[in-house]
Design a protein. Structure first.
Length: 173
């Protein structure tokens, strides 16, 4: 799978959202991620997301282990590891998630189907290569994109960094 950069609207200027992200309103969501810690009936919810034609994702907070969710992998198109505590943009990346990211990549590889492994929170030029080397292939970047002088250039640079790191990553071979 090719590296993907997903700008997070959490860091957008909501007063100018119509100017910055008109495609969101026009195209509808192509993917929906639910948080494991908040889901009361995750299988039912994930199946409903897929039935509606979107990719189904499961998000996991930094302090939550990934292994208990291995049985849900057949229901997933995406696994999202939060690399900050959810709630607001601009937080610092939590390095404690890096071992979990490696374990998640190994778990997905053992599962055998293509499930996107996403990271969200503190993704920037300083963190994206380590995330790619550890196994991420989708990067949700908010502040690094929306606070840049040229958001399109910021996305291009982040993608280049992630692609270089993925090429040298052992999991991608």
């Amino acid at each position: 799978m090719a590296v993907q950069i997903s700008p997070s609207i959490l860091s957008a200027d909501f007063a100018r959202l119509a100017e910055e992200a008109p495609a969101y309103a026009e195209a509808g969501a192509g993917s929906v991620t639910i948080h494991a810690e908040a889901a009361k009936a995750p299988v039912r919810t994930l199946r409903a997301i897929r039935a509606a034609g979107a990719r189904a994702g499961l998000g996991i907070n930094p302090g939550t282990a990934v292994e208990p969710y291995a049985d849900l992998l057949p229901e997933l198109d995406m696994l999202l590891l939060m690399t900050v505590e959810p709630g607001f943009g601009g937080q610092r990346f939590l390095d404690l998630v890096m071992p979990k990211l490696r374990r998640a990549r190994a778990m997905l590889s053992a599962h055998g189907t293509e499930i996107w492994l996403q990271v969200d929170g503190g993704v920037s030029a300083e963190t994206i290569e380590r995330c790619a080397e550890a196994g991420a292939d989708v990067f949700v970047a908010g502040s690094a994109v929306y606070h840049a002088d040229d958001p399109a250039e910021a996305v291009r640079r982040l993608r280049e960094q992630a692609e270089r790191a993925t090429e040298r990553a052992s999991w991608a071979r």
